[in-house]
Design a protein around this ligand. Structure first.
Ligand SMILES: [Zn+2]
Length: 898
């Protein structure tokens, strides 16, 4: 284990501060010579090595007072220091020179730049200094900086807990800081909180002492050298369930008092993840403990945050309540925690130098979350879920508004927007492809070398490729560079295969797959690693290097070009080949069934081929398919059902087909949990209930109503993993009386998670009058500060334009309900289900009202909306023709010439 040297905070508190703390003689840190970070936006005037921050929150007033002391190195004479500061007000600030002289600093904030300039009369000579000061700040009610979450406590009374959220750029709202990822330093944090309240930070408590008036001062041990966005503080009426891991690190789940055994599932997972990652990365976990801290409420931006040693997770994604937790949430608890714990190495120990390389954090943690979950729960078939990630990424990447995985970030808003499916899921997909290319052992050796070389420091994308290539993955950098520095998706077009003497020969050509530029020439080309299976044989390797390839492969029979679905590209087969694959579908591996269906459907929807072939493929999936593959197929039928919105006869015809195909599987699974259920079984049951309920299957709808009615006599009638699915069906078809009952249930609910879910359901009504009532309710204080934005998003799922109009009419009030980091992407979500041409005009006008760095998400929403409108008639026509079993002629000639 890494050994810490504790530098207690008491020596660094300030004289004469607003907090009445005392200042001892400054003890200046002995640091290595300053090396400026090469990225970022702060001027290169100083490099910090250590922070001492003391905070005294006033939760009632939603304010706090703070003191700071920063040890730093000034390598060249400068007139002033420039630090980040946002939404805090600095009082006096002093520069303590190496000889102990104290110089008053002139404080000049720049609110727009989120900086503060600290100038000394006569300038600042080169040398090592300490900067000290006092300041005040505000406590937010959304998850930015230091923020408050209100909930009903264990004793039934309203209670308030405080937490911090700093990524990407809100540490500067907590204290003046060099708030960029490459300015790594150690941190001492001290806080004043009520006696009886728990305080949590990255490091364990070093000392705790009462200071009178019912308050205590808590001092945390010094952190390792780390980026400012990883600092954490939380306090409230908490309890902690903990255990020692086999790696000698204490794992703990911190949660609202009374959570009890709800934290057990997450704790057991957490305790296993630490030794697993130590073994994988070959580097020890350098802190003595790791907590995962549960916060009630939610964010429109994130679920969990990887603060080093003190992960923060919203309660719904961490605590398991058998009365309400769905199978999907249960899976998410595991996956989210596997993600955040992977970050303790990839992100916290080694950090991207600047937000351009955010994907190094997020793509990697996403890839690792799947790998770790598959390791601990092989019966969850987690690797099959990667297809959904690939499709989510391609859903953005197919449009002209996309961006490369590695992108240049200039502003805070651009950094916020970088947390998208390209950074996460395309990052994961490309890493999975590269691991397959390198081989698992070579890949891991490269990762270990990379970790060892950059621990406690920063890195760029090229450092990772160099390490893996040096471990033996020859040619990897070329492929990796193609997929990370240029945006978009390769399309591999397959020529007619011929079989002779037991060998198959086929020609492949490469283009770019796109949604909004079909037929336009593209110069983008990729080195594409291929794994091709013929006639069910083992995959054969090759690399498509220059836009075309002729393959001669062992064996004859149906050809799967992306066997194992690890390649990030689409494959367009000839109609004959697709028919052969449709016939062979029941015999294909589950991953290829799922990947092939998704890929072919998208090629049909986008117009590269008629939709009938992919629909035949979708319908050919056997009723006994792997539950993960079955759930995905049923979900794809559901989105086709949504596309037919407004055509009741068309929807009824599709529903009839889907019920005939999949209701027997639901009948076999039953409505209630069984002890023999695996998680994928439970997940498939929930998906079938949800989708068939959505399509109005009479038996499922009646069962939802029966359980909802029974709730009047028995408050536990809806308990269980399907609770939210039954309620969603009731809410969708709600009468005013149903809606009122749901509202009463929401208000009476003692579970913060169930309560916010119930409020979301109020937004799910198809009835427009009830949808309007939900919107009005969202702007009242009733649902709670972090629930309202979610209600409006829930309305948008059925009534996109209504929700968007409501947003425009109450723009400031609605945005006040969304965390600052999530504001630009929240509007994109509201418009995500829109289908009307009038929304194009409204979104265009809205986009024009935004500053340049906030336009991108709205441009993305506009691009997708225009595409949905452009293809709607063709999709409807082809879907209905397929349902009638007739011959389908392409409705509009959008097919590219090949
Ligand atoms: Zn992450």
């Amino acid at each position: 284990m890494f050994r810490m040297t504790c530098r207690c905070f008491t020596a660094l508190a300030l004289a004469g501060s607003a907090l009445g703390l005392t200042l001892a003689a400054p003890v200046l840190a002995q640091t290595a010579p300053a090396v400026f970070p090469v990225d970022g936006t702060l001027p290169h005037t100083a490099v910090p090595s250590h922070y001492a921050i003391a905070i005294r929150p006033d939760p009632k007033a939603l304010t706090f007072a703070g003191t700071f002391a920063i040890d730093l190195d000034v390598p060249q004479p400068v007139p002033a220091l420039v630090l980040n500061a946002a939404q805090i007000t600095l009082g006096e600030a002093t520069l303590v020179a190496p000889d102990g002289r104290r110089l008053a600093l002139t404080v000049t904030p720049d609110a727009a730049a989120e900086t503060v300039q600290l100038a000394a009369a006569g300038g600042i000579a080169a040398g090592r200094y300490r900067v000290e000061g006092v300041y005040t700040g505000r406590i937010d009610t959304q998850a930015d900086g230091l923020f408050a979450l209100d909930y009903t406590g264990n004793d039934g009374k309203p209670t308030r807990a405080l937490f911090t959220q700093f990524e990407p750029s809100y540490a500067r709202a907590f204290a003046p800081m060099f708030d960029e990822p490459s300015y790594k330093a150690t941190f001492d944090l001290s806080v004043v909180v009520p006696v009886g309240r728990m305080a949590v930070s990255n490091m364990p408590v070093a000392s705790e002492q009462p200071i009178g008036n019912g308050l205590k001062k808590v001092i945390f041990a010094t952190t390792p050298k780390m980026a400012s966005y990883l600092l954490f503080f939380g306090t409230g009426d908490f309890e902690r369930l903990s255990k020692m891991t086999s790696a000698g690190v204490v794992a703990g789940i911190v949660s609202p008092k009374g959570s009890g055994e709800q934290a057990r599932f997450a704790l057991d997972e957490l305790a296993g993840l630490i030794p697993y990652y130590i073994a994988y990365f070959g580097v020890n976990y350098p802190l003595p403990k790791i907590d995962n801290v549960a916060g009630p409420g939610q964010s429109q931006f994130f679920s969990a945050m990887e603060n080093w040693g003190a992960v923060f997770t919203f309660q719904r994604d961490l605590l398991l309540d058998p009365r309400t937790t769905s199978p999907q949430q249960r899976e998410f608890i595991e996956v989210a925690q596997a993600h955040e714990v992977a970050h303790q190495w990839f992100g916290d120990l080694v950090t991207m130098a600047w937000w351009d390389d955010l994907w190094l954090n997020e793509g990697f943690a996403s890839w690792m979350e799947t790998k770790a979950t598959d390791h601990f729960h092989p019966d969850w078939f987690e690797l099959l879920q990667r297809v959904s990630g690939r499709e989510a990424a391609m859903g953005l990447d197919a449009y002209r508004t996309t961006h490369p995985i590695v992108q240049h970030i200039r502003t805070v808003d651009e950094a916020n927007q970088a947390f998208d499916a390209i950074t996460y899921q395309k990052g994961e997909a490309v890493l999975a492809m590269l691991e397959a290319y390198a081989g698992q052992d070579t890949w891991r050796d490269g990762i270990r070398a990379y970790m060892a070389a950059h621990k406690f420091g920063n890195s760029h994308t090229a450092d990772l490729w160099n390490a893996v290539e040096a471990a033996g993955a020859t040619g990897l950098t070329t492929i990796a560079t193609d997929f990370t520095t240029q945006p978009g998706i390769p399309l591999v077009r397959v020529g007619e295969a011929t079989c002779a003497a037991g060998k198959t020969t086929l020609k492949l050509t490469q283009e770019e797959y796109t949604r909004d530029r079909i037929g336009e020439p593209s110069t983008r080309r990729w080195h594409v690693p291929l794994l091709v299976s013929v006639g069910g044989g083992a995959p054969q390797r090759s690399v498509m290097a220059d836009g075309s390839a002729t393959l001669t492969l062992d064996g004859c029979g149906p050809v799967v070009i992306n066997a194992g679905q690890l390649g990030y590209y689409r494959t367009l087969y000839t109609p004959t080949e697709l028919s052969q694959l449709t016939a062979a579908l029941p015999q294909l591996a589950p991953i290829d069934q799922r990947g092939l269906i998704a890929d072919q459907l998208e090629l049909g929807l986008s117009g590269y081929q008629p939709l009938s072939g992919p629909l035949e493929l979708l319908a050919a999936l056997p009723e006994t398919a792997n539950p993960r593959v079955a759930a995905d197929a049923v979900g794809r039928f559901d989105s086709l059902y949504d596309r037919l919105d407004g055509d009741a006869a068309g929807q009824a015809a599709l529903a009839k087909r889907v019920i005939a195909l999949w209701k027997p599987r639901l009948d076999a699974l039953g409505y209630d949990s069984r002890s023999s259920d695996t998680l994928p079984d439970a997940d498939l049951r929930a998906t079938l209930v949800s989708v068939l309920g959505h399509m109005g299957e009479p038996g499922v709808v009646a069962e939802a109503r029966r359980r909802f009615a029974a709730f009047d006599r028995n408050p536990h009638a809806l308990d269980g993993p399907l609770q939210q699915d039954w309620l969603a069906i009731v809410a969708r078809n709600a009468t005013p009386a149903d809606w009122d009952k749901l509202a009463r249930m929401a208000q009476a609910s003692k579970s913060t998670v169930a309560r916010s879910d119930l409020y979301d359901h109020l937004g799910g009504a198809r009835d427009v009058v009830l949808a309007k009532r939900a919107l009005d309710l969202a702007l009242t204080d009733t649902p709670g500060k972090t629930t309202s934005a979610s209600i409006i998003a829930s309305v948008a799922a059925n009534h996109s334009e209504l929700a968007f109009d409501f947003f425009l009419a109450h723009r400031d009030a609605v945005l006040a309900l969304v965390d600052a980091s999530g504001q630009t992407t929240y509007v994109e979500r509201l418009a995500g289900h829109a289908y009307s041409p009038s929304m194009v005009d409204k979104l265009t006008a809205y986009e024009q009202s935004l500053p340049a760095d906030a336009k991108k998400p709205v441009e993305r929403a506009l691009g997708r909306l225009k595409n949905r409108l452009a293809i709607k008639d063709r999709i409807d026509h082809e879907t209905l023709a397929w349902l009638k079993g007739g011959c389908i002629h392409p409705f509009a000639s959008t097919l590219p010439t090949a």
